[in-house]
Each structure stands twice: as C-alpha cells, then as structure tokens.
Design a protein around this ligand. Structure first.
Ligand code: AMP
Length: 249
C-alpha cells in the first residue's frame, strides 16, 4: 500500500512575520522558510506506518517554486522514499492544489493520502477536504490517532469537548492534528542519503490543471500594537481602573 503525503513550504513558524509596506502580503524576501509543521507530522505518520509494515512506499509531493525542493529533501531525510515537485511560481490556492494532488493520486494510486490540517501561512484548512471530495476518498480530518487495517482506517479526531473515532473505508484522506505524533529530527547520514533519493519535477500543465488564482487578497494588515499592561496592587484599585479608566464595568 502506497502513502502519498502533501507538504507545503511556508515561513518558518519561529519567524515574526512582517506585513509588506504596500499591504499586499507578508514579507518573504530573506525570510527563513521551512516545512509547514502539520506537514512534518504528516510525513512522520506515513514513515511510522511504513516502519510498522502497513505501508510499502511513502511519496511526498509539493506544489511550489523550485526552491521548495529543500522541503522535499527534508521529507526524504525524514524517511520518505521519493518526491514529486509540481513546479510553479504562482501562489496556488487550495482548490487547484487539491486538483493537482488528485491528479498525482490518479497516477500513483495511494490507499492513504496524508496532509496537514492547515498550512500556517494561509490558515485555509481546505485542501484535504477538497481533495477527498474530488477523489471520492473517505476523509478523517484533524486526526490524533491513525490505525490502518487491511481495507480500512481507524481515525480518532479531536472535536469540541472530546474525541471521535471513525472507521473509514480505504482509500482515505487524513489530515493531521498537532497531537498525532512528534516528528523526528533528520540525522546527518539520512540527510546525506536523501540527496540520492529520486525527486521528479513536473509542472501543473503536465497534469492539465489551471492554477490561475480565483481569489484575490485585497489587503493585509498587521494586528494593532497592544499597549503595555500595568500591575495593580489591590482588587479595589483594579475595580477602580476598570470603572473609571477602561470604563468596562
Ligand atoms: P491549507 O488547506 O492551505 O490550510 O493546507 C492544508 C494542507 O494541504 C497542508 O498542510 C498540506 O498538506 C497541503 N497543501 C497545501 N498547500 C500545498 C502545496 N502548495 N503543496 C503541497 N501540499 C499543500
């Protein structure tokens, strides 16, 4: 059984993002980029399924610019077997990503496709769901436990106020939540080995998918600066300030 994992190159989560002066987006020049954290969890889960003997091959795919090969090499160093870059400089939106992933799935015939529940740049939380619908696969989103059996998957989901376990018929799309696993670090020998693993470069046109954006971002604004807080000494002082300064009670 093959596992397909979709990974996205995003601004590293440790970077404090800055809005561009023309408010068209966030500053990307000279900013550290990394694999989306939820996608790292997706790669880790696929590699663990392979370690358990449930999956025979892990294929990672990304849609992005040529430099997104870096994130594919990271995934290969973490244990994926081969990689596909669908190269484009367009800012490809979730529906087109889902169409491209469906086209890859048609070729590769995976029984499980694992994605992050969301990419931390656009916070869309759409691609996995759209892909499941387009491909006609069952879907288990926000997974905190994934178990594979011969023809089904058990996915435990984090929902408001508790956990829900679903039994899904394969093939299945799974999106990862934070508690699914703790991704490993790539060891130096594995980073070296990853350089020799196969990485195919394709274009959206190879899959007949139009990636022209259909949604336009009108404006991006930074949140308002918060004022520094003050320490009060007594409850009376707090009540007085809430009443007379903040005027909220
Ligand atoms: P989103 O719907 O944009 O929040 O992204 C959810 C998940 O879809 C990500 O964690 C990835 O697994 C996948 N995804 C989104 N964009 C891309 C991309 N450009 N290339 C590959 N996978 C992607």
């Amino acid at each position: 059984m093959k596992a397909l994992v979709a990974v996205k190159r995003v601004v590293d989560y440790n970077v404090k993002v800055r809005v561009k002066s023309d408010q068209t987006g966030v500053e990307l020049a000279n900013v550290k980029m990394a694999m989306n954290p939820f996608c790292e969890i997706a790669v880790e889960e696929a590699v663990r399924l392979k370690d358990k003997g449930m999956v025979s091959e892990v294929i990672v795919v990304t849609v992005g610019p040529q430099v997104a090969q870096e994130q594919l090499r990271t995934a290969l160093a973490l244990g994926a077997d081969r990689a596909i870059l669908i190269q484009t400089d367009e800012d490809v939106q979730p529906l087109a990503i889902a169409k491209l992933l469906k086209a890859v799935a048609d070729q590769e015939q995976p029984q499980i496709i694992i994605l992050g529940k969301q990419a931390i740049d656009g916070d869309n939380n759409q691609t996995g769901q759209m892909l499941a619908a387009l491909a006609g696969f069952s879907q288990g989103t926000f997974a905190s436990v994934v178990k594979l059996e011969s023809d089904k998957a058990l996915v435990t989901r984090e929902i408001d106020g508790g956990l829900q376990t679903l039994q899904l018929t394969l093939p299945v799309v799974v999106t990862t939540d934070l508690r699914l696993n703790e991704p490993r670090y790539a060891s130096l020998p594995n980073i070296m080995k990853a350089k020799k693993k196969p990485l195919d470069v394709k274009t959206p046109a190879d899959f007949g998918v139009n990636v022209t954006p259909t949604i336009k971002t009108i404006k991006v604004e930074a949140p308002k600066e918060r004022q520094a807080g003050i320490m009060v000494k007594t409850v009376e002082e707090l009540v007085e300030k809430l009443k007379n300064e903040a005027k909220v009670i």
